[in-house]
Write a protein that binds this ligand. Structure first.
Ligand SMILES: [Zn+2]
Length: 314
């Protein structure tokens, strides 16, 4: 059996030990232990040290500004050590100096070791979710974190609604006709950049339903022979990208719904000649395109000299 393809930000690098989330004595002890580590998030930015090589900065509690225990979100054990995420509002200056720089994980994720990228993606997603669920969606009362930060519970006793971390599934698909791949571009993208077709799954749809609908809405192409490829957490802010390959059952491309400015077919020779500019290597979109290109040409897309790939780094 072929091992699963693991995209950037994916991979079970944190042992989540979810049974510990409701163990308040264990949590209290871990929160005050000198060994425990904390992932600071400032607004939506992650703390990264760039020299000598890019790595995530994890700090002990004494190295952080003071915060209440209720603000720490238990992530699990990372390399065997209890690890928490703590969010700091970006309405104040960066809370920690001297350890690195707060940067946007979207642009720095591909520079980090895979396990660091995965940990920071998890931490960012949890802090963002908690920050936007401070009030109950049912009755409007304030919520409070429970289960070590993995549930936001309504403080109104007669309501008591629990809100769980939100993940928004989106499909992403490389459609091919055997010889060419279908890519599209949005009007706001840099000139020449194209990517695979993607869109959010709607209520009442399966992933397969969403693939068929999105491709038809955005490009007028009918698809068949859907095959699951891999998935990718995309915490910008809370997506889970579910990647497919599909075969085109029609060829006439149009962009009827206006989501895309243009969609067209590209051959492996086009990619090798630098047309179009491809999505960043961090993205599942690139993984899907690279998988197909390598199958067609026997070459690595990243090592093809003429290929143009959009830089993820900033
Ligand atoms: Zn409520």
């Amino acid at each position: 059996m072929t091992p699963p393809h693991i995209n950037v930000f994916a991979g079970a690098y944190v042992d989540r030990i979810s049974e510990r989330r409701k163990d308040s004595a264990w949590q209290a002890s871990a929160l005050t232990s000198e060994q425990s580590l904390f992932v600071p998030i400032w607004g939506t930015q992650s703390l990264i040290q760039h020299e000598p090589t890019p790595t995530a900065v994890l700090l002990d509690r004494a190295s952080l500004p003071a915060f209440g225990d209720h603000r720490a979100i238990f992530l699990g054990e990372f390399s065997g050590t209890a690890t928490f995420a703590v969010g700091f509002g970006d309405d104040v200056p960066a809370p920690i100096g001297g350890y690195g720089a707060f940067t946007d994980l979207r642009f720095s994720g591909s520079l980090l070791p895979r396990h660091d990228a995965g940990l920071l993606a998890y931490a960012r997603a949890m802090v963002w979710w908690q920050d936007r669920h401070r009030y109950c969606g049912a009755c409007g009362a304030p919520t409070k974190p429970t289960s070590a930060g993995h549930v936001m519970t309504c403080t109104n006793q007669s309501c008591n609604t629990d809100c769980f971390p939100r993940v928004d599934p989106a499909i992403i698909v490389l459609v091919t006709d055997g010889e060419r791949a279908l890519l599209g571009r949005q009007a706001s993208w840099p000139i020449g950049r194209y990517s695979t077709i993607a869109g959010f799954v709607e209520p009442g749809e399966s992933f397969e339903d969403a693939v068929i609908r999105e491709v038809r809405e955005e490009t007028n192409i009918k698809v068949s022979h859907l095959q699951y490829h891999s998935s990718q957490p995309w915490p910008f802010p809370s997506s889970l990208m579910v990647g497919f390959m599909a075969k085109a059952a029609s060829h006439d491309v149009k962009c009827p719904d206006g989501e895309l400015e243009d969609a067209r077919w590209f051959s492996p020779e086009d990619f090798a000649a630098g047309r179009p500019v491809l999505p960043p290597v961090t993205s599942i979109s690139f993984s899907l395109i690279a998988h197909w290109y390598e199958k067609c040409s026997g070459q690595s897309l990243q090592q093809t000299p003429g290929a143009q790939i959009w830089p993820a780094q900033r």
